[in-house]
Structures are given as structure tokens and as C-alpha cells.
Design a protein around this ligand. Structure first.
Ligand code: IPM
Ligand code: MG
Length: 356
């Protein structure tokens, strides 16, 4: 029987509660589809700062590198907001992305049929469905470029650098084309090639890689236009590929269109496909410990893990179906509407398990 070694980074705020429910669901799926999972835990973010003084201890990196995959809850909270930049929980998140080489970030924005009314966009704009995949470059660009403070004409100044190498662009483009091949074969490249030299190289390189994928229809949008098109006609998008910073911004916009940020999962992949999986929402410190968090995004992150890293696509489908079924009747408070049954974080986990 196949056995997988997982590292859990429960993190801060609601992180531990939602990861516990996702683990419960994964164990149930393992039982049903005949594999086993072994868990280890490690510290990342605020809890790591409290315990060790740094947001990303070396031990965490070592454990994650040795694992088949990593599941992350969420990091951060007001308690650590006043620390210097390199000691904040966010620095731990960037650090683990860099250390594990997680260059490809997949952020699906989908509308779950029973939650359609949660979208802030009108029905006629949403159309029949929304299913967009944002592929964000995650270990390069301005997030990781040279930055600093200096003096310019006697005035204090600061700078950050956007730089991409051709191999960095090629590998993220290939991931995006591969994803498009498994979907509707439509890829939109998003850049700012009318202004930025780094974007011009980005676009040239994406066009070169496109030759390897003649079946995929490729188009290009400037990032400002893309931001506008996303709310004007989101149905035109299938897969979007873009740089680290543009992907950060556009994936938030796309998630809001779906109206249910508590439902969206994400995957961050490296060359060996081990990957780190996490809900796209934050640590929600205001509701932590109350048992009312929505565990579904984390549960759906486990489904993504089963698909992309653990080679258990049937178990992944089963979890996705169980979540869809659960939503027909049961809701955590964040997605509650009249006529449905309000349940706690733990109850939602149990319901998904029972529907598996
Ligand atoms: C995200 C977040 C992070 C990012 C922050 C917390 C550093 O916004 O994962 O999108 O900017 O990448
Ligand atoms: Mg973000």
C-alpha cells in the first residue's frame, strides 16, 4: 500500500482548526482509496516566531524538503504586525516558497453553483459558470529582487527590482500551457510589456514556449486591462499566466469574483512536484478559536494535493464531490444563507467525511 509523508504547517489564527478538519478528510479518503498518510508538524509564521524567534526555523525547511507534500493552514496576525519586515510571519511564507523552490502557484477561482449569489457581480456578467485558473510565478520578480534604501538628491529613497531570467519564464510558461492542455486550451498571458522591459522579455519568452503547444490558443493582455476584463467579462478566461506581483493582485480580484474566499484552494509546485498546499484566505485572527471557521478551502487544498502531488486523482474527485454535496445543505457562518443549515468548522469536516 502506498504511504505518503506529509508535513503540516498549521500556522496561526484559524490555521490549526482548519488543518485538523482537512486531515480528518484526508484520512477518510486514504481509508477509502487504499493508501496511508503519515503526519509530522512544523512551525511557520507567528507561532514559529513565538517559539523560536524566527518565522521560518531551519528545522521546518528540512522537514518540508523531506516530505512528499506540505499542507499549510494560514500565517500572521496583529500580534506580529509591528515586527521588522524580515521577522514578520509573511517573511516565513516567502522564505518557505524560496527554500522549497515553489515557483508555480496555481490559484483556481471557481464558483460553486449553490454559492452563485455570493458573487458581487451580476448574474448576467458571471454567465453560466466561473472557472479561472491563475498561474502565478512565485519565486522570482520584484518579491525576490534586489531592494534597499538609499539617498537620492539628499532625499531618503527606497527601491525594489523586477527581474526575470528566461529559464524562470520558460518553466512557469510550461506549467501554464500544461494546465491549459488539461482544461479548455486557452491561455492568457498577462504583463505590462507596453512599459516594462522585464515584461517584454516575459512576453517574448511565452511566445517562444507557445511553439511547443500548438493546440493552446494564446493571447496577451496588459495587466491593467486584465484587471478590468476580469470584472467586465470573467467568462473569457480559462488559464492566466503572470508574474509574481501581478499574480498576487489578480488572484485576489479573481477570488472575490467567486464571492467565496473561504472556499478557494491553492497549490505551489516545484520541479519535483512535492508542492505546498494552502487555502487562499488568511488566518482570520478575529474568529480564531471559536470553531466557526470554514474548513472547505483547506479540504479542497488536500484535493489539489492528491491530484498534483500524490497521484490519487480519484480520491481528489471524491473529496470535491463530497464538498459540493455538503454545500447543498450545510454552511459555515461565512457562507450561510437562509434555508441552509448552519454548522461549525468541526461539523463541516465530519459532514464531508460522511459524504465521502
Ligand atoms: C499571497 C499573500 C502573500 C503574497 C503575502 C502574505 C506575503 O498576499 O499569498 O497572495 O503577497 O504573496
Ligand atoms: Mg496575495
Amino acid at each position: 500500500m502506498k504511504n505518503y509523508k506529509l508535513v503540516l504547517l498549521k500556522g496561526d489564527g484559524i490555521g490549526p482548526e482548519i488543518v485538523d478538519e482537512a486531515v480528518k478528510v484526508l484520512d477518510k479518503a486514504a481509508e477509502k482509496f487504499d493508501f496511508t498518510v503519515e503526519y509530522d508538524e512544523a512551525l511557520l509564521g507567528g507561532c514559529a516566531i513565538d517559539a523560536t524567534g524566527v518565522p521560518l526555523p531551519d528545522e521546518t525547511v528540512a522537514k518540508c524538503k523531506a516530505a512528499d507534500s506540505v499542507l499549510l493552514g494560514a500565517v500572521g496576525g496583529p500580534k506580529w504586525d509591528t515586527l521588522p519586515g524580515n521577522l514578520r510571519p509573511e517573511a516565513g511564507l516567502l522564505g518557505i516558497r524560496g527554500a522549497l523552490g515553489l515557483f508555480a502557484n496555481l490559484r483556481p477561482a471557481v464558483i460553486f453553483e449553490p454559492l452563485k449569489s455570493a458573487s458581487p457581480l451580476r448574474d448576467d456578467i458571471i454567465g453560466k459558470a466561473l472557472d479561472i485558473l491563475v498561474v502565478r510565478e512565485l519565486t522570482g520578480g520584484i518579491y525576490f529582487g534586489e531592494r534597499g534604501r538609499k539617498e537620492v538628491n539628499g532625499a531618503p529613497a527606497a527601491y525594489d527590482t523586477e527581474m526575470y531570467t528566461v529559464p524562470e519564464i520558460e518553466r512557469i510558461a510550461r506549467v501554464a500551457f500544461e494546465m491549459a492542455m488539461n482544461r479548455n486550451k486557452k491561455l492568457t498571458n498577462v504583463d505590462k510589456a507596453n512599459v516594462l522591459e522585464s515584461s517584454r522579455l516575459w512576453r517574448e519568452t511565452v511566445i517562444k514556449v507557445a511553439a511547443e503547444y500548438p493546440e493552446v490558443e494564446l493571447n496577451h493582455l496588459y495587466v491593467d486591462n486584465c484587471a478590468m476584463q476580469l470584472v467586465r467579462n470573467p467568462g473569457q478566461f480559462d488559464v492566466i499566466v503572470t508574474s509574481n506581483i501581478f499574480g498576487d493582485i489578480l488572484s485576489d480580484e479573481a477570488s472575490m469574483i467567486s464571492g467565496s474566499i473561504g472556499m478557494l484552494a491553492s497549490a505551489s509546485l516545484n520541479e519535483n512536484k512535492a508542492g505546498l498546499y494552502e487555502p487562499i484566505h488568511g488566518s482570520a485572527p478575529d474568529i480564531a478559536g471559536q470553531g466557526i471557521a470554514n474548513p472547505l478551502a483547506t479540504i479542497l487544498s488536500v484535493a489539489m494535493m492528491l491530484k498534483h502531488s500524490l497521484d490519487q486523482p480519484q480520491a481528489a474527485d471524491a473529496i470535491e464531490n463530497a464538498v459540493a454535496k455538503a454545500l447543498e445543505t450545510y454552511r459555515t457562518p461565512d457562507i450561510y444563507t437562509e434555508g441552509t443549515k448552519k454548522v461549525s468548522c468541526k461539523e463541516m469536516g465530519d459532514i464531508v467525511c460522511s459524504l465521502l
